[in-house]
Design a protein around this ligand. Structure first.
Ligand SMILES: NC(=O)c1ccc[n+]([C@@H]2O[C@H](COP(=O)([O-])OP(=O)(O)OC[C@H]3O[C@@H](n4cnc5c(N)ncnc54)[C@H](OP(=O)(O)O)[C@@H]3O)[C@@H](O)[C@H]2O)c1
Length: 337
């Protein structure tokens, strides 16, 4: 058994240079846990929020962070019958309190772990777990989006939005999304019915124009700001707002009463059930992850820089890490310069 592994360790809170590639012990496996050889991980805004210290009370240093894994089971605990050695799996590690995914091996409670979709590479699968699980929780478990309803998805070209547009279409909803004009072809290729350029048109006006004043049934907020207080202006009666973003500022929700609106605040919880549902959509060809760039584990600082500044340089899709070092040698995955 491997005794030590490479891991990217957050040594202090700060910029992309806050990481160090270190040799650390391979974690041991409890009775209801699996140890996974990590083939790929992906980056999320939560990673940079943790890196810069937004969650310093929850993350004692030094820490291995990271919230997406696709890999292969290499050891199962004594009380596991769900998986065997060699199974391909994907999951989001427990957020806070346990080691994350920036490492060659990872140990997880089996309840968090799902079978990887057969038609995805490890990079694609890793890019899906946190954002896909979040979208499933927001649409299905919370807003109960249904066939024939209309949803406004803020930030349809982003990591969450890219999957949200596809899942909403798979559910059978009409999708209106906000994105820069240069991203409109992209969001339409994902299935969006209509796109509003948030840089030139107020989305409240855009939704009214596109729905002939009827409004949408659900608003999906991935951007924060004044979205909570302005959402009722875009909602039909009994509409729902699902927000992912804690803006830590008081907001006046008085408009919500007039619409009998319901608000759902989501901080995603990890579970196999959500991943199994996503796997079905992916294997039916209804949801396809978009990988924008891939770097090796040793270049985590550059990967974080891409996460923060890639969109301004025209990058679309998730920033992924080829932990096992098996893909970067091959075409056609786009390599980061
Ligand atoms: N609560 C949870 O459980 C949970 C789970 C996942 C994510 N999140 C949070 O959700 C947020 C989005 O995550 P993500 O992974 O999608 O981030 P992302 O990949 O950075 O995407 C954000 C998208 O929003 C767009 N955008 C920026 N300002 C906008 C505006 N005013 N109107 C419409 N779109 C706008 C961006 O466009 P440009 O790049 O062109 O500016 C980008 O496409 C983050 O704050 C993240 O922390 C929360």
């Amino acid at each position: 058994m491997t005794k030590s592994m490479k891991a990217v360790v957050l040594t202090h809170f700060g910029g992309p240079d806050a990481f160090e590639l270190r040799e650390v012990p391979v974690p041991s496996t409890g009775p209801r846990q699996v140890r996974v050889r990590v083939h790929a991980t992906a980056l999320n805004p939560l990673d940079l929020q943790i890196r810069r210290g937004d969650y310093r009370d929850h993350v004692p240093l030094p820490a291995i962070i990271g919230h997406d894994i696709s890999g292969v089971v290499e050891e199962v605990g004594s009380e596991i019958d769900e998986f065997v050695e060699g199974d391909e799996v994907y999951y989001t590690p427990q957020i806070f309190g346990r080691a994350g995914s920036y490492a060659e091996h990872h140990v997880a409670d089996v309840e968090l772990v799902g079978r990887k979709p057969r038609n995805l590479t490890h990079l694609e699968a890793a890019s899906l777990t946190l954002v896909g699980g979040t979208v499933w929780e927001a649409f299905v478990q919370r807003a109960q989006l249904s066939v024939g309803e209309t949803i406004l998805i803020h930030g349809g070209a982003g990591g969450v939005g890219t999957i949200a547009v596809q899942v909403a279409k798979a559910i059978g909803a009409r999708v209106i999304t906000t994105a820069r004009a240069s991203d409109h072809d992209f969001v339409r290729s994902l299935g969006a019915d209509d796109a509003i350029d948030f840089t030139t048109e107020d989305y409240v006006v855009g939704v009214s124009r596109l729905t002939e004043g009827k409004g949408v049934n659900v608003v999906f907020d991935t951007i924060g700001g004044d979205t909570l207080s302005r959402s009722p202006l875009t909602l039909a009666a009994f509409g729902r707002v699902v927000s992912l973003v804690d803006i830590a500022k008081p907001q006046n929700l008085v408009e919500a009463w007039g619409k009998n609106a319901a608000y759902h605040f989501v901080f995603t919880r990890q579970s196999r059930g959500k991943l199994d549902a996503l796997t079905r959509l992916v294997e039916r060809g209804l949801v396809k992850p978009v990988v924008g760039a891939t770097l090796p584990l040793a270049r985590m600082g550059e990967a974080h820089d891409l996460l923060e500044n890639g969109a301004a340089r025209g990058l679309r899709g998730k920033v992924t890490i080829d932990v096992a070092g098996e893909v970067l040698a091959l075409p056609p995955v786009r390599r980061a310069a």
